[in-house]
Design a protein around this ligand. Structure first.
Ligand SMILES: C[S@@+](CC[C@H](N)C(=O)[O-])C[C@H]1O[C@@H](n2cnc3c(N)ncnc32)[C@H](O)[C@@H]1O
Length: 271
C-alpha cells in the first residue's frame, strides 16, 4: 500500500480526451479511487483502475446538495483514514464550482493528512475554445448565476461575462436542477440594466463526446426566459463594446498613444 495521502483530480468534460497525463498517472497508481462522475466516465475510470467506486449515490432526491456534498467529504475522508493513496475524482476541473473538492482538502489538512488538488479541464476552458474567446482581449467575469443575481456586482460591459449553473437558478432549497422561470426573467432584467435587450448571449454546452457538436444557442437577453437550460448549460454574454483607453493613465506615465504602437492595445482601440 502507498503512503497515506489524498489526491483530488478532475476528469475534464470529455474524459476520454481531457484526462491529463498527470491525472491518469495518479488514478492508475491509487489504492482507491472515489469518483463523483457519470456512468460512462465511471466505466472509463474503472478500466484505468479497477479499485474505482462511485460516490454518485450521495445525490438523493430527498437530500439537499449540501447534505450530498457533506456525505462525499465524509466518505472520502473515511477512505483516507484507512490508509494508502486515495484519489477523489470529480468531472471538469475539481476546483471549479466543486465545494466538496475544496472542503475535503481543507478537512484532510486539518487532520494533518497529506492532500493535494490537481487541475483538470473545466467547462470554461471548453467555452474559450468552442466560442473562440480569448480573455486576454477583453477580460472575463465569471459568476455562479444565482450568486450573481442575489449579490449585485458592478457589471463591466466591455468584458465578457460567464454565468454558471443556470439550471440551479431559483433553486433555493438546493434540491433540483430546473431553473425557475421567474428567476430567469429577473436575471434577464438585471442584465438589461447593463446591456441592450437585443444583446445576444449564447447558451453554451460543451460536447461530452468527441464527435458531438457543442450547443451554441444564441439568445437575445429579452428572450432569455424562452430557452431551456439543462444541468450543463452555461451562459456567455459577449462584451458590448471595446474598453476606452485612459488618456489620464497614459499622461501619468508621460506617454502618448503612439508609445503603445504597435502593441495589442492599439488593435483593441481600432476594433
Ligand atoms: C457543479 S459545476 C461543475 C463545473 C466543473 N467542475 C467544471 O470544471 O467545469 C456545474 C456547472 O458547470 C457548467 N458545466 C458543466 N458541464 C458543462 C458543459 N458540458 N458545458 C457547459 N457548461 C458546463 C454548467 O454551468 C453547470 O451548471
Amino acid at each position: 500500500m502507498s503512503d497515506t495521502r489524498l489526491s483530488v483530480v478532475g476528469t475534464g468534460i470529455r474524459p476520454g480526451g481531457h484526462l491529463t497525463t498527470e491525472t491518469r498517472h495518479l488514478l492508475a497508481r491509487a489504492d482507491r479511487v472515489l469518483a463523483v462522475v457519470d456512468g460512462l466516465t465511471l466505466e472509463y475510470l474503472n478500466r484505468i483502475n479497477p479499485a474505482t467506486e462511485s460516490l454518485q449515490d450521495c445525490y438523493r432526491q430527498t437530500s439537499s446538495r449540501e447534505a450530498s456534498y457533506a456525505e462525499m467529504v465524509q466518505r472520502i475522508l473515511a477512505a483516507v483514514d484507512q490508509g494508502g493513496h486515495v484519489c477523489a475524482a470529480f468531472y471538469g476541473h475539481p476546483g471549479v464550482f466543486v465545494w466538496p473538492a475544496h472542503e475535503v482538502i481543507r478537512q484532510a489538512h486539518a487532520k494533518g493528512l497529506a492532500a493535494k488538488m490537481y487541475p483538470g479541464i473545466s467547462a470554461e476552458d471548453c467555452l474559450f475554445a468552442d466560442l473562440g474567446i480569448d480573455p486576454a482581449q477583453c477580460g472575463c467575469q465569471s459568476y455562479e448565476a444565482m450568486d450573481f443575481y442575489l449579490y449585485p456586482r458592478r457589471i463591466e460591459p466591455t468584458a465578457a461575462l460567464v454565468l454558471w449553473q443556470l439550471a440551479a437558478l431559483g433553486d433555493v432549497r438546493r434540491v433540483g436542477f430546473q431553473a425557475d422561470p421567474a428567476w430567469v426573467s429577473a436575471l434577464a432584467e438585471v442584465l438589461m440594466d447593463s446591456y441592450p435587450a437585443d444583446h445576444v448571449a449564447t447558451v453554451y454546452e460543451a460536447a461530452t463526446f468527441p464527435l458531438d457538436e457543442p450547443r451554441r444557442e444564441p439568445v437575445a437577453l429579452a428572450h432569455l426566459d424562452k430557452v431551456q437550460f439543462s444541468q450543463v448549460s452555461t451562459l456567455y454574454v459577449p462584451p458590448l463594446a471595446a474598453p476606452v483607453l485612459s488618456e489620464h493613465r497614459l499622461a501619468r506615465l508621460g506617454l502618448s498613444h503612439s508609445a503603445l504602437e504597435p502593441a495589442a492595445y492599439r488593435r483593441r482601440r481600432e476594433r
